[in-house]
Design a protein around this ligand. Structure first.
Ligand code: GCB
Length: 602
C-alpha cells in the first residue's frame, strides 16, 4: 500500500506540472535571448525517458540528464553524444529515419544565464507540435498541448547563475481526442517548430495591450494596457508619434489602464497597408509595435472594408516551406509564399488549418493581405469530450491573444468541414460565443460543407450559419464528385442574407503533366476546373470572395499515388519546387478582372 502511494505521488509530481502562463504579447519587441540553434536529441519511441518499465514516471528520466560519474556507472543515454537537430525545425525533414516518425523525441540545449536584479525570466516557445513537457536543470517546468500556438513559463526561480540546461520531451502522436484529431490532410510535422527564447522582463511588466479602432468609429483609437500584477497607480504612457498622440495614464486597482484618443488615422487597406508605430512605456520598459487601423463589417450580402464593398481575392496557404519540405518558421519563407499570393493578385489569404507563425501574420499585414486565421478544429473532433473542448477553446484563446493587434486579420475561423451533429453544434456555438465575447472588430466564420444536392441545385444550409457573419464553405465539384463540366449548370441555394465565401475548391495536377482537359492529374484538368468553378460562383448572388485550395503543393500522408502524388497533395497552383501550373494564370486573370471591376465602381 505504502509503495503504491509512493508511486502515485511520484506520478503526480510529473503529471501535475504547471500549465503555461499567459502568453507574452509582442514577444519579439521584448528583451530576448534566442535559444535557437543546434539541440541534442534522443529518439525515444517507447518513452523510456519518461516512464520506467512499469509505466510509472521514471525517477531517473532523461529530463534529469543524469551522467555516469564513474566508468562502472550504468546510464543508458547521453545527450552530449547524441546527434544534433536544428531548432526551430520539424524533425521529419532533418533526419531521413524520422520522415514518418510519430512518437517522442527528447531535446536538450545548454545556455548561460546571468541574473539581473528586479527582472523575471520566461522560457518562450513559438510552437511545439504536439505535446511538450519542459524541464529546466532537471526539474519540471510545465506542459503544453497544441502544436501551433505559443506558450511560456516563468522560470525566474529555476534559473541558476552560469550554466543551465533545458530539456523537452516532444510527442507528436495523434490522439483521437486531440485538436486536430487522428485524421487530417497535412503532414504531422513533429518537434520544436518555431523560435525558442529566454525573455527577460521587469518584475512588474506590461503583460498585454490592445490598440484599435472601436467598431463603427473612425475618429478615435481605443484600447488598454494591462500589467502582469494588480499594481495600482503606476504610470503608463501611450505614444503614437505620427498621430501626435502622447497619453500619460495611471493604472487602476487591476493594474490596467484604458484609453481613448480622438484622432483620425489613415486607414489600413490592401492598397495602402499603413501601419503606425505605437510605443508603450512603463518605467524603463519600452514596448514598440506597428499597428494599423481599419473597419471590417458585413452589410447584407457584402463585405465592407473601411465602409467600401470588397471582394476577397484570396488563396489558402499551409505553413509548408517553399523550395524545401518542412514547416515554415522564418519571415523570409513566409514572404516567399505571400509574394506568390500578391503575384496572383490576392488581397486576402486563408492561413489554413491552424494558427501560422507570427512572422507570417505580420508579413501579410505589411504586404497588404487580409487574413483568415483558424484553429485546427478539423473534420471529426471529439465533440462530446470536455477535454477536447477545453483544448480547442484554449487554442482559440491563444490565437486571439497573440494576434489581437493585427488589423490584417479580419476573420477568426473556428472550424473546418465538420459533419453535422447536435454535439458539434453545441461545441461550435460555444467557440463562437467565446470569440464574440472578446472581439467585435472582426468577422467570425467557419468552413462549412455543402449540405445537399437535388438535380443541379446544391444547398448550403448549416444550422451554425446564424452564429457566423459569412457563409463560408468548401466545395470540390469537379474533383470529388461530378466533372468540371457540371459547374456550367450548377445552381446554388444559400438561404441567408449574408455574404458567401468559397473557402476551398480545386483539384490536383502534377506540375508538368499535360493532357486533355478531362484527364485527371493534368494541368489542363485543373485549369478547366478553375475556369468553370470561378465562372459558376461569379454568376451566383452574394459571392463575396474565395480562397481556392491551395497556393502550393504540400506534404500529406494521405496522398500516396505513386508517380503523381508521392505524399504530396497536388492541389497547389504552384508546385513544391515553385513552378506555376496553368491554373495559377486562370486565377490571376480572374482576380485582375475583379479588381478592375471594383476600381471602375469607385
Ligand atoms: C478539404 C480540406 C483540406 C484538404 C482538401 C483536399 O476539404 O479542408 O484540408 O486538404 O479538402 O485536398 O481534399
Amino acid at each position: 500500500m505504502k509503495r503504491l502511494l509512493m508511486i502515485l505521488i511520484a506520478c503526480m509530481a510529473v503529471w501535475s506540472q504547471a500549465k503555461a502562463d499567459s502568453i507574452l504579447n509582442n514577444v519579439y519587441a521584448r528583451h530576448v535571448t534566442s535559444l535557437n540553434g543546434s539541440w541534442n536529441y534522443i529518439v525515444d519511441p517507447f518513452d523510456n525517458g519518461y516512464y520506467d518499465y512499469r509505466l510509472n514516471a521514471s525517477k531517473d528520466g532523461f529530463f534529469r540528464n543524469k551522467k555516469a560519474t564513474s566508468k562502472s556507472d550504468l546510464v543508458e543515454y547521453n545527450f552530449d553524444t547524441a546527434p544534433l537537430m536544428k531548432v526551430p525545425g520539424d524533425w521529419n525533414t532533418q533526419d531521413e529515419k524520422l520522415f514518418f516518425y510519430e512518437g517522442s523525441i527528447w531535446y536538450k540545449r545548454d545556455f548561460n544565464y546571468t541574473s539581473k536584479p528586479g527582472t523575471r525570466a520566461f522560457l518562450y516557445f513559438g510552437a511545439v507540435n504536439y505535446h511538450a513537457d519542459v524541464y529546466l536543470n532537471g526539474e519540471p517546468v510545465g506542459v503544453h498541448e497544441g502544436g501551433f500556438t505559443p506558450f511560456n513559463f516563468d522560470v525566474t526561480d529555476k534559473l541558476k547563475e552560469g550554466a543551465n540546461f533545458v530539456i523537452l520531451r516532444v510527442n507528436n502522436e495523434r490522439r483521437p481526442e486531440g485538436v486536430p484529431t487522428v485524421n487530417s490532410d497535412w503532414w504531422n510535422y513533429g518537434g520544436i517548430t518555431r523560435d525558442v527564447m529566454l525573455v527577460e522582463t521587469p518584475r512588474v511588466f506590461v503583460d498585454d495591450y490592445l490598440v484599435q479602432l472601436p467598431k463603427g468609429h473612425y475618429d478615435r483609437i481605443e484600447g488598454y494596457v494591462q500589467l502582469n500584477q494588480k499594481t495600482p497607480d503606476v504610470e503608463i504612457s501611450l505614444e503614437i508619434p505620427e498621430l501626435k498622440i502622447q497619453q500619460k495614464l495611471r493604472t487602476d486597482a487591476e493594474g490596467k489602464v484604458t484609453f481613448t484618443c480622438k484622432t483620425k488615422p489613415k486607414l489600413w487597406s490592401p492598397d495602402a497597408p499603413k501601419l503606425y508605430e505605437v510605443v508603450i512605456r512603463h518605467g524603463d520598459e519600452v514596448l514598440k509595435d506597428k499597428i494599423g487601423f481599419r473597419q471590417i463589417e458585413t452589410q447584407g450580402k457584402s463585405i465592407l472594408l473601411n465602409g467600401k464593398k470588397t471582394f476577397l481575392r484570396g488563396i489558402s496557404i499551409h505553413e509548408e516551406a517553399p523550395y524545401r519540405q518542412g514547416r515554415v518558421f522564418s519571415k523570409e519563407e513566409s514572404v516567399v509564399l505571400l509574394s506568390w499570393a500578391k503575384e496572383l493578385g490576392c488581397n486576402f489569404v486563408r492561413l489554413a488549418h491552424y494558427p501560422h507563425n507570427e512572422f507570417m501574420v505580420r508579413a501579410a499585414e505589411e504586404m497588404g493581405l487580409m487574413v483568415w486565421s483558424e484553429i485546427p478544429v478539423y473534420w471529426t473532433i471529439h465533440w462530446s469530450d470536455p477535454e477536447t473542448y477545453k483544448n480547442a477553446s484554449t487554442q482559440l484563446k491563444d490565437m486571439m491573444e497573440r494576434d489581437k493587434n493585427r488589423c490584417g486579420i479580419i476573420i477568426w475561423s473556428v472550424a473546418n468541414e465538420t459533419p453535422h451533429s447536435e454535439a458539434r453544434d453545441r461545441f461550435l456555438a460555444r467557440l463562437a460565443a467565446q470569440v464574440r465575447a472578446k472581439d467585435n472588430t472582426r468577422l467570425l466564420s467557419m468552413a462549412m460543407e455543402v449540405t445537399g444536392t437535388k438535380g443541379n441545385i446544391s444547398q448550403v444550409k448549416d444550422s451554425m450559419s446564424r452564429y457566423f457573419d459569412i457563409i463560408s464553405f468548401n466545395n470540390y465539384l469537379g474533383w470529388y464528385g461530378g466533372t468540371p463540366e457540371d459547374c456550367k449548370t450548377r445552381q446554388w441555394d444559400i438561404p441567408y442574407n449574408k455574404p458567401f465565401f468559397i473557402s476551398e475548391f480545386g483539384g490536383e495536377a502534377l506540375q508538368g503533366k499535360h493532357g486533355d482537359k478531362d484527364e485527371r492529374w493534368t494541368e489542363e484538368y485543373q485549369e478547366e476546373l478553375y475556369r468553370n468553378t470561378l465562372e459558376m460562383y461569379n454568376r451566383t448572388e452574394g459571392f463575396a470572395g474565395t480562397s481556392p485550395w491551395i497556393l502550393m503543393d504540400f506534404r500529406s500522408t494521405r496522398r500516396q499515388l505513386s508517380g503523381i502524388q508521392d505524399f504530396f497533395n497536388r492541389k497547389g497552383v504552384i508546385s513544391e519546387r515553385g513552378l506555376k501550373k496553368k491554373a495559377f494564370y486562370v486565377l490571376q486573370d480572374f482576380y485582375r478582372m475583379k479588381k478592375e471591376q471594383e476600381q471602375a465602381k469607385k
